[in-house]
Ligand binder design. Structure first.
Ligand code: NAP
Ligand code: ZN
Length: 357
């Protein structure tokens, strides 16, 4: 354990310096631990496809990447130091960090626990700034994070934490819309894309009691889908496979990261059905109004979740014994993990061992 000094917290991470560059060791200084802060020694950081989009500057029009970039917003580790006013954590506790680390705390979104929609914009865990709008944020591909205790999550799990890290983004991103659209017993839910988000979606929707169908471009994932709890597996490369399912779903959650047509899935919704998009393909989709009008259908988006709901999700997952299925790598394999994730060959989340245990 390295004590944070009053001048700051020396941190070792892995950064990329341009869209095509490899990750390299990168040393930087986080702030000193303030009265309301905790210092987390990071054990694991998940690789979310959003890390890849940003490392490659694929969101340059809406969220350009500021290099050097240290990605990572699926963070779990152990609290190694606390500020004098901290009440939520003690040294030795396990804590998590998701996609944001602060927000204005005063707007309607913050006050209602939906800090991800802070009107002043939440401070993103990386590729952003602290609320001072000056101090650049670096993410969890690193050994330490200093965060206000109110923006860190409490983790009850003990033992191997690698499968817990992805809950901080993939877990909450799927839990939140499944809950908002009342998924439960008697409901038919479709999950499009069996990757990091998709496999969490199956586990959570099953735990909520729904009948779950996976829509996948990868026939080789069928056995895994069933092992994850899916009731049905549909290979989407042949549109004929979708036709018999027309009008049968209450909710469909689209987690796909690449360009694809969403209209065939809207056709699968029944009366008052809802499709929720969480994946962020690079190009816009074209939707005919009639696809929504017939059946009073809803097309919605969903962005991660606020701190209270993320804590609720962690507690739900602990109660239902849900963790992510992970492939643990060391930091020298980040590029390989990115390449395999882009090729839809992730089973089902890469997690980097940051070495603190
Ligand atoms: P991932 O692990 O790469 O999974 C994406 C899956 O999409 C793939 O495994 C693949 O599943 C499917 N897919 C890939 N290429 C496809 C194509 N050309 N056509 C159809 N399906 C394809 O990614 P992830 O980490 O789950 O993230 C998914 C997306 O969600 C990303 O765009 C990410 O940025 C976004 N995201 C959004 C939020 C939010 O708050 N809204 C939060 C986190 C991530 P199959 O092999 O089964 O087809
Ligand atoms: Zn993410």
């Amino acid at each position: 354990m390295i004590a944070a000094e009053s001048t700051g917290t020396a941190t070792k991470g892995f950064a990329t310096h341009s869209p095509d560059a490899k990750f390299e060791p990168f040393e930087f200084t986080r702030r000193a631990v303030g009265p309301h802060d905790i210092l987390i020694d990071i054990e694991y950081a998940g690789i979310c496809h959003s890390d890849i989009h940003q490392a490659k500057n694929e969101w340059k029009d809406s969220m350009p990447t500021s290099y050097p970039l240290v990605p990572g917003h699926e963070i779990v580790g152990r609290v190694s130091q606390i500020g004098g006013e901290v009440t939520k954590f003690k040294v030795g506790d396990i804590a998590g960090i998701g996609c944001f680390i602060d927000s204005c705390r005063e707007c309607a979104s913050c006050k209602s626990g939906q800090e991800q929609f802070c009107v002043k914009q939440a401070a993103y865990t990386y590729n952003g700034t602290e609320m001072d709008r000056v101090t650049k944020t670096y993410g969890g591909y690193s050994n330490k994070y200093v965060i206000d205790e109110n923006y860190a999550l409490k983790v009850k799990a003990e033992g191997d934490l690698s499968g817990v890290a992805p809950l901080m983004c993939a877990g909450i991103t799927t839990y939140s819309p499944l809950k908002r659209f009342n998924v439960g017993p008697g409901k038919k839910v479709g999950i499009v894309g069996l990757g990091g988000l998709g496999h969490m979606g199956v586990k959570i929707a099953k735990a909520m009691g729904a009948e779950v169908t996976i829509f996948s471009t990868s026939p080789s994932k069928e056995a895994d889908a069933k092992a994850l709890g899916a009731d049905h597996f549909v290979v989407t490369k042949d549109p004929a496979n979708l036709a018999p399912l027309t009008g049968t779903f209450n909710m469909i959650l689209d987690t796909v990261s690449a360009d694809h047509d969403v209209n065939p899935y809207l056709n699968l919704l029944g009366l008052n059905g809802a499709m929720v998009v969480v994946g962020v393909p690079p190009s816009p989709n074209t939707i005919h109004a009639l696809s929504l009008i017939f059946g009073n259908k809803t097309l919605s988006g969903s962005l991660i979740g606020g701190i209270p709901e993320t804590q609720e999700m962690l507690d739900f997952c602990a109660e239902h014994n849900i963790t992510s299925d992970v492939e643990v790598i060391d930091p020298s394999r980040i590029e390989e993990a990115y390449d395999r994730t882009v090729k839809a060959d992730v089973r089902y989340r890469f997690v980097i061992d940051m070495g603190a245990d």
